[in-house]
Design a protein around this ligand. Structure first.
Ligand code: 6PG
Length: 243
């Protein structure tokens, strides 16, 4: 696990954009494309905005990028609460990526089980596997109580071993969502957590330095079997870490 702390969210966002550029080019060099899952929430907005502009934008070969979302709220794609909408407005609408390489979670379908399954089928098609796709990068955020993607404390989805995407009902509105599950998160090559603000400090401390209890602090469940986890924190979010 790598932990980096930055003075403020501008610096963190810049470093996150740089890291994404680096991972994209490494992935393209080693296997010809870059597969990334974006998060929702507000923290990554700045990084996505940066990636949409220079000097970052033209350092990524967008023709070789496949974009997914790690969780989504069950709202229409143009809803203010839609994670896709956020990613599209800040980044995807501003870079030369083809529609077919942008994989929106069909979370607004009425049958949420079917929507989750459809997303897995789409992912497996793109990755060319019948098994668990291994993303080059899954970017995540974390809530003040330790949730990540839409895996909230004490939810059954934390114990999911078979399905890769599941519908969940969360305490944070909007309640109906689809989320990646632990087996999919933990197949990633890299996971990047972007976390800022003093309201996250206690959870950051518990997740990184506390006893392993993902039922209480879901972000602890993210321990990729063959990949690495990178935490980018601002000083406020890192303020309760002992080291
Ligand atoms: C979502 C998320 C969620 C988010 C955290 C942190 O759909 O809400 O993907 O896991 O990353 O809640 O959100 P903030 O960055 O807004 O604090």
């Amino acid at each position: 696990m790598y932990i980096a702390t930055y003075a403020n969210s501008d610096m963190l966002s810049q470093q996150a954009a740089l890291l994404i550029v680096r991972l994209a080019s490494e992935s393209v060099v080693t296997h010809g494309r870059f597969t990334i899952a974006l998060s929702g929430g507000s923290t990554p907005r700045k990084s996505y905005n940066l990636l949409a502009g220079e000097p970052y934008r033209s350092q990524i070969d967008w023709a070789l990028v496949e974009v997914f979302l790690g969780d989504e709220r069950c709202v229409p794609a143009d809803d203010a609460e839609s994670n896709f909408r956020m990613a599209h407005e800040t980044l995807l609408s501003k870079v030369p990526i083809a529609e077919k390489q942008i994989h929106r979670m069909p979370a607004d379908q009425p049958d949420r089980q079917a929507a989750a399954q459809d997303y897995v089928i789409e992912m497996q098609r793109v990755f060319g596997t019948a098994g668990i796709p291994s993303f080059d990068l899954i970017q995540l955020g974390m809530g003040p109580e330790g949730h990540t993607a839409s895996l909230f404390p004490h939810s059954a989805a934390l114990r999911e071993q078979e399905r890769l995407v599941v519908p969940v009902t969360t305490p944070k509105p909007p309640p109906d969502r689809l989320t990646f599950t632990p087996p999919l998160l933990n197949a990633a090559q890299h996971v990047l957590f972007l976390v800022t603000g003093s309201d996250k400090a206690q959870a950051v401390h518990q997740v990184i330095e506390g006893e392993y209890n993902p039922d209480e602090y879901p972000a602890q469940i993210v321990r990729p079997t063959h990949g690495e986890v990178i935490w980018m924190l601002d000083t406020a979010a890192a303020s309760k870490l002992s080291r």
